[in-house]
Design a protein around this ligand. Sequence first.
Ligand SMILES: O=P(O)(O)OC[C@H]1O[C@H](O[C@H]2O[C@H](CO)[C@@H](O)[C@H](O)[C@H]2O)[C@H](O)[C@@H](O)[C@@H]1O
Length: 252
Amino acid sequence: MRDPAGAVIGLDFDGTLSPIVPDPAQAVIHPEAPAVLAELGAHVLAVAVVTGRPAATALELGPGLADVEGLVVLGHYGFERWEDGRISAPPPPPGVPRAEAELQLLLGTLDLKGVVIEDKGRAVAVHTRRSPDPEGALAVLREPLAKLAEKHDLVIEPGRMVLELRPPGMDKGHALSLFLAEKAARSVMFVGDDLGDLAAFDAVRASGLPGVTVCSGSAEVTALAERADIVVDGPQGVVALLRELGSAFSRS
Ligand SMILES: O=P(O)(O)OC[C@H]1O[C@H](O[C@H]2O[C@H](CO)[C@@H](O)[C@H](O)[C@H]2O)[C@H](O)[C@@H](O)[C@@H]1O
């Protein structure tokens, strides 16, 4: 609060800026989030959305985000970077299309209702939220998906009613650490809701900077709340907290 010009604010997308919905393609950012981020962005060193989504998808589902001055989107857990209208990323890993082709066959043999594949380009996610028994379906999928990931040099990223097969070598913690160093941040706040955000919480602690971790709370994930400095009530609570911060900076 004393030095906003040195602060980096990192935010997850789904479940943090955007309420969880059954169909990933229908997710949409909280309507007030872009304006609130724009106000915050005018005071702090940098605002970054750090997400498992492809950066372009986060921007599509977050109309108004691209207009937030100075905003950076670190997509695919940090493999991709969107800034000033441009995306940079390493070449996509060959294992993903191969794993996806086998995944279709695998799901055909398992006879699970309501299980849906999300083709993310550099990764592939298997969602169970729309299954009659989402947790049960996850339990059935865990082992065969782990084997499939290993076969194609990928790793499993578990999330809210989802198992994702993605390339190794990057996570939100590493992405946030690199960003803090690049910006020469003097303090940091990270807001997240899911297991993939724990690495970013660790990065906040490891940075040695004055830092605060915020959990966008839900009944679905409790591990994050246990590790957070502050717990707020889902995306509505996140937006309220960010609005309060922005207003406080504007007053001072
Ligand atoms: O890092 P994030 O921004 O939190 O992205 C993580 C995953 O989010 C999406 O799935 C989650 O949100 C969906 C829409 O609300 C929901 O239907 C699903 O159950 C959640 O797991 C997204 O579809 C994944 O690709 C992201 O990796």
